[in-house]
Design a protein around this ligand. Sequence first.
Ligand code: 4G1
Length: 231
Amino acid sequence: MRFDVLTLFPEMFDAVKTSIVGRAMNNNLIDLNLINFREFSTDKQKHVDDCPYGGGAGMVIKPEPVYDAYKSIVNDLDYKPKVIYMSPQGKVLTQQIARELSKENHLILLCGHYEGIDQRVLDEIVDEEISIGDYVLTGGELPAMVLIDAVSRNVKGVIKDESVEDESFSDGYLEYPHYTRPEVFMGKRVPDILLSGHHANIEKWRREQSIEITKRKRPDLIKEERSQTNG
Ligand code: 4G1
């Protein structure tokens, strides 16, 4: 699967390359291209922002460098990749959306800065707006990295199949508690059942724990008729 990211801060994506997604890039499962649309600015000082028409605080990203950067990607293609604008106005990213996007062959992610991007180029090129949550950020890069991580791990071969499978059972539920060695840590023992070797009982215990923890910590995940995460 291919991602092209239109961003003013491509270096931020070095973080992605050191992760499991980075390994998937080395295995040619994920192709991540970073396009700094500042390189498409036509003025001497490589400006990409300007004052807002109508006045007010802050700066707005000009439409031309974004459009020209987009064109430089799609010119070479005989299909039209889906363009996603990372935006607080978008629908909030869920596991279901991450799974659906992982079926796409090619995504273009657009990252905003300052007060945002001129509406006309958004209207022209954007297919979908996606947000990672309701808080103020300085740019769309961290959201783009979150989306790339969440989508990539659903691409076949990126992580061990059973780890993705595991989630369809716990789908919509939180994880049961995990333990590893040592058997006793600060006087606390690992639950006996996990040392019993009785796989059916262990699975039952884990399911019960998942349900209990979800009820206690995130009752909203159960109440909201688990249709959206239950694909
Ligand atoms: C009004 C949050 C503005 C922010 C209301 C989640 C946030 C992109 C996201 C903002 C951004 C709220 C996101 C805000 C994001 C232009 C550049 C938009 C940065 C920008 C709740 C600033 N998921 N925010 N505005 O943060 O890009 O994707």
